[in-house]
Design a protein around this ligand. Structure first.
Ligand code: GDP
Length: 420
């Protein structure tokens, strides 16, 4: 696998952490290419259960170099806490590198994230409040601070003071206490000192990996439906979780990405606001949420749950050209005698398999086919050929409607519970 991208093909939380952890066993370099510590990639392996927020899920392979790419936004203090937690579990993070061009999430970004949600009121986005959106907004507005800037302490302190002149006016107008430039700079510089020369130019690492045919794994965060350009704007993340975003966010020329793994759950979940056509409401949804433990890895918020939406997954495939799908949590559906499966939408009296823009999607009704369930646990199934016939038919329906082949099937949270 020269360069493989692992990306979400739904609303996020598809199980990318598990798939990346699995593939990372055979990788030389693993790169997170977008997003921030709003991610919560769950990895269950022999070291324990981990919710990785920014550290790439390749950290469990001691031979892999893990890169927090230039397309990410980084809260240095939170990253230090995450590293300390991993090391407390006996894991080495010596192979972690942070791109010096990555933008920093500063304390004013977390404050503004919270305040922006408050001001939006009922139109809130349901962010994790980690400052990711405001940090990307400042990057685009050319007010961002890049990680390399911590190397020149005097200049960094001046930058912080300068940015705070404006940011404190905004905080003040919104009824918040102003931030103290010295204290903010002290805290960020202390975290940067802990990270030391892990903050580095990552392009030579990536270029060397490509030149030597090393195996590179690109780890996306969230999913296509939350993509800034192609998702359910404005209920999206502030970066591009598509494989195309991986090229820019990791610093990999696009033609090197030869394998794109689209991760989908066998049903759907979403955290945060925005349209979610196949959502199950009431008791039906509560039952699936409880059974599948669908609570946010970062916030603990209950996830919205729904049936499989092939229009959404097909939309993701059109944008990513998956070389294969990884279907996770197939085991969960073993509880259902029949399973509704969305094959199209009805929008304003018209049937479509194209993804409508957000305001139309809010009015879309899914068109379901009812598929047979298998009513059996999948524990202990060691080979895809041994899956119940109805489970195989379910996977075949996913392949047919999405248009991509299923290469991996998850039947449990552990690394090993994956049929290849
Ligand atoms: P990510 O952010 O895409 O990595 O996904 P999350 O970690 O937020 O959510 C996926 C959840 O599903 C985690 O709790 C995983 O441990 C769990 N999981 C992943 N694959 C499977 C699977 O095949 N079966 C079951 N039962 N759980 C899985």
């Amino acid at each position: 696998m020269p360069v493989t991208a692992v990306v979400g093909a739904q609303w996020g939380d598809e199980g990318k952490g598990k798939i990346t952890d699995l593939l990372a066993q055979e990788a030389d370099v693993v790169i997170r290419f977008q997003g921030g510590n709003n991610a919560g990639h769950t990895v269950v392996n022999r070291h324990g259960t981990f919710k990785l927020h920014l550290v790439p899920s390749g950290i469990f392979n001691p031979d892999a170099l893990c890169v927090v790419g230039p397309g990410t936004v980084v809260n240095l203090q939170v990253l230090c806490e995450e590293i300390a937690n991993l090391e407390a579990h006996g894991l080495s993070t010596a192979n972690l590198r942070v791109a010096d061009r990555a933008h920093l999430i500063m304390p004013w970004h977390t404050a503004l994230d919270r305040l922006d949600e408050r001001e939006r009121g009922r139109q809130k986005l349901g962010t994790t409040g980690q400052g990711v959106g405001p940090a990307y907004a400042d990057k685009v507005a050319r007010h961002g601070i890049q990680a390399y800037e911590v190397r020149d302490e005097r200049a960094f302190r001046a930058r912080v003071a300068h940015e705070l002149e404006t940011k404190n006016k905004i905080l003040d107008r919104l009824g918040e206490e102003p931030l103290d430039a010295t204290r903010v700079a002290d805290a960020v510089l202390a975290a940067a000192a802990t990270l030391g020369d892990r903050i580095t130019d990552t392009l030579p690492i990536v270029e060397h990996a490509l030149r030597t045919d090393a195996r590179v794994l690109l780890e996306g965060q969230l999913g296509a439906m939350r993509d800034l350009d192609w998702g359910i704007y404005p209920f999206v993340t502030s970066s591009n979780p598509l494989a195309g975003g991986a090229a820019v966010g990791a610093g990999i020329p696009p033609r090197f990405i030869t394998r794109v793994v689209g991760v989908v759950k066998a049903y759907s979940t979403a955290v945060g606001e925005g349209p979610f056509p196949t959502e199950m409401r009431g008791r039906e949804g509560d039952a699936l949420r409880e059974m599948a433990n669908e609570y946010g890895a970062t916030t603990g918020r209950p996830r919205r749950v729904g049936w499989f939406d092939s229009v959404a997954a097909r939309h993701a495939h059109r944008l990513n050209a998956f070389t294969e799908l990884a279907v996770t949590k197939l085991d969960v559906l073993g509880a259902y005698p029949t399973i509704p499966f969305a094959v199209a939408y009805e929008v304003e009296g018209r049937r479509t398999t194209d993804m409508p823009p957000t305001r139309l999607l809010e009015r879309a009704t899914p068109v379901y086919q009812t598929l047979a369930g298998w009513c059996a646990p999948l524990d202990g199934v060691a080979d895809r050929a041994h899956l119940p016939a109805a489970a195989k038919a379910y996977l075949a329906k996913i392949e047919e409607t999405v248009g991509a082949r299923v290469g991996m099937v998850g039947i449990g949270p552990e690394r090993g519970a994956t049929l290849l």
